[in-house]
Write a protein that binds this ligand. Structure first.
Ligand code: MTE
Length: 316
């Protein structure tokens, strides 16, 4: 592996940062990220929220990619289809103020200011693998809240069998939506059991900083056992419903992308193998480092029970 300056700097900062998070309570910083005086946008390193994040054991044995890698190699078609387009173009997104609408089969529907929406929950740092359906992968230290904890607040009814998420629809903030490459807004869904699984996460930051726009600011889904396209960015709507929704990529090419999209090395994409994955930034251009893809992206112990009795070839 070619170790670059960025690598070393980022990893060193990160280690400092982790010890900073642990120590910060001691200094009594007392800064609340989500109180009315502060904002998500101000919650940068050393600023408003470091004392609010608890570290967890999720991914403690994984080595995260650098902040630079995570924020410069992205899929976010609302800002272009190239991997570097989101980092170049996502400055037009305005993540503050931001509202999230809760609707459908639940008792507490409403339109919530993002800060009020996140405030009741414990911010956690979780290091997860991200495996894209395009057969590349990264390791990302997210900051966010448990999706299950959040969803329970809205008291889904017994008819809430699925949860549907939507990205902002705004051609000015998201110029990529001027082109009909996908049926905007980007839409994704989970079964209620998947959404309530402890691994499901709503990220509002990474590396202890607020989410960069290109990574889905101000709030995006993270479901680490599924292909990355399920992890929808810049969410403005969460809807509970009884019927299985059609997600954006499924609508685009239903022979290639299914509803479940669980990472599975045994079920190939019609146009390429899913047995292995290229690890971003590792190895060389001519000999990229590859690793074997794991069933459920290595999270089988936590999630395999959700699919007992389901034919994973048919339900891909
Ligand atoms: N969400 C929206 N709204 N638009 C997108 O194009 N791309 C998906 C997912 N979420 C996408 C999206 C895909 S294909 C992947 S792999 C991940 O975001 C990439 O997340 P990252 O750029 O933060 O690594």
């Amino acid at each position: 592996m070619k170790i670059t300056e960025h690598h070393i700097t980022d990893e060193k900062n990160y280690l400092n940062r982790r010890s900073f998070i642990k120590k910060s309570a001691k200094f009594g910083a007392g800064l609340a990220l989500f109180n009315s005086a502060s904002s998500l946008a101000e919650g940068v390193e050393g600023g408003g929220w470091s004392d609010k994040i608890t570290t967890t054991s999720y991914g403690k044995d994984l080595t995260p990619h650098s902040f630079k890698e995570i924020s410069n190699y992205n899929n976010f078609y609302e800002f272009g289809t190239g991997k570097r387009d989101p980092a170049k173009n996502a400055h037009t997104l305005k993540p503050n103020p931001w509202h999230v609408k809760i609707s459908g089969e639940c008792s507490k529907q409403g339109n919530y200011d993002l800060e009020d929406f996140i405030a009741p929950y414990q911010l956690e740092e979780r290091i997860y693998r991200l495996r894209c359906v395009e057969a590349w992968s990264m390791v990302i230290p997210w900051v966010g809240v448990s999706l299950a904890e959040m969803l329970k607040t809205f008291q889904p009814t017994s008819k809430a069998k699925y949860v549907v998420f939507k990205t902002l629809l705004d051609k000015v903030q998201m110029p990529g939506q001027k082109r009909p490459i996908l049926n905007w807004p980007y839409t994704e869904g989970l079964t209620i059991a998947e959404a309530m699984n402890p691994l499901s996460f709503l990220a509002v930051g990474l590396y202890g900083k607020v989410l960069p726009n290109q990574n889905g600011a101000p709030m995006r889904l993270v479901v680490p056992w599924k292909y990355g396209f399920k992890s929808i960015k810049s969410i403005v709507s969460i809807h509970f419903q009884e019927t299985m929704p059609l997600n954006t990529w499924q609508e685009q090419a239903s022979n290639e992308y299914g509803f479940y999209a669980n990472v599975n090395p045994n079920v190939d994409h019609p146009r390429w193998s899913q047995a292995r994955e290229r690890v971003i930034g590792r190895g060389s251009f001519f000999k990229p480092e590859k690793r074997k893809t794991e069933i459920f992206n290595g999270y089988g112990d936590e999630v395999a029970h959700l699919y007992a009795g389901l034919d994973l070839r048919k339900n891909f």
